[in-house]
Design a protein around this ligand. Sequence first.
Ligand code: GUN
Ligand code: FE
Length: 442
Amino acid sequence: MSDLLIRGRVLTFVREPEGIDDTAAYRFHEDGAVLVADGKITGLGAYGEVAKQAGGNVRIADHRPHLVLPGLIDTHLHFPQTQAIASYGAQLLEWLNTYIFVEEQKFKAPEHAAFIAGRFMDELLSNGTTTAVAYCSVHPQSVDAFFAAAAERNMLMIGGKVMMDRNAPEALRDTPATGYDETKRLIEKWHGRGRGHYAISPRFAITSTPEQMEMSGALVAEHPDCYVQTHLSENLDEIAFATSLYPEAKDYTDIYASYGLLGRKTLLGHCIHLSDREIAVLAETGAVGVFCPTSNLFLGSGLFDRDRFARHGARHAVATDVGAGTSFSMLETMDEAYKVLHLQGQRLSPLHSFYMMTLGNARALELDHRIGSLHVGADADIVVLDSRAKPAMELRMQVASTLGEELFVLQTMGDDRSVAEVYVAGRAMKGSRAKTGGESST
Ligand code: GUN
Ligand code: FE
């Protein structure tokens, strides 16, 4: 296949922005281009320069006047909850029992899991998300469906089978032994196959016995290159229940720490109600607190305190948390993140916001050598954003004069309509849904 020259207004970050207008944190080319060969970025810069490098035998995708950025990254969501978004009226534990533990039972059926996995990947792509970290259901067949759908699209996806051996319906429970064996088999099957990465996934302390936590710790020790994902300190009733189940633990965080689950590849959803001691443990271990703004507002869970994390030197990432999260769009997610921080007297600059959706989340996953920026050698996962996608945005953009303003319009007013194109390893994916559409069988 010939090389591909993607032309547009190219923006990529090189480090975390420090202020509202930290121009050294990014590279921006008003008439720029990204050169792609064999799924990788081979050139980046001003259009004239990159076109010269490309030579004659190149296809050109001209996206002017749209912005060309690294594909967006979502660090926490649940693929079996795709059809459970907008489940009314409950906080976390009631919401799980009333809606989610019913919905996830459907994923015992491989056809259903395959159908939703395909639609889930397409929904991510429609929203410009090229990499995500997802929970599958307890059923190994849901993990097969997840990674198969990712591989079909050549997406770099991270996921794993949820482990639960108590406080969940019988049909959704594994055991310490089967959870361990199934996880082990799935790691062998999918971790490092194509662009797949495995995440060892004890759902949270409430749904695992100490024996299952022990087995999870063994899996982590045996597979240090896998991710770990779980939930921490999301809701006050959850915290009280979790700590009552582990009376020996100093606090909720200590439950995970004492089973060896905390490290630089550990992603902890929510982290809203932590003590200073707990945040210090996260900083020490390098575990990542995942800020899920639409979910935290939807379930009435609370407000993530980003500045407190920063003061402790703890790492954080951002995510949708679909189906408690209400949108697959990282733009809409950062719109809510801005408001959640604003309520606490904290600022989220548009530069910082776009940094977080791309390079910031890639760094949280320790994958910034491959994704999250448009450097030469990176995987060619790219999103093209239209800041005039809706009439109200077009009107607003008539009076916008800076890049920062444009990014803020995109974040505040944008959604999937702003995603003009998305490339996965150099392949244009917009419109791929037509091939995989259909209706749920249940
Ligand atoms: N805690 C344990 N499981 C879940 C889940 O599926 N969603 C959210 N938001 N929190 C959880
Ligand atoms: Fe979650």
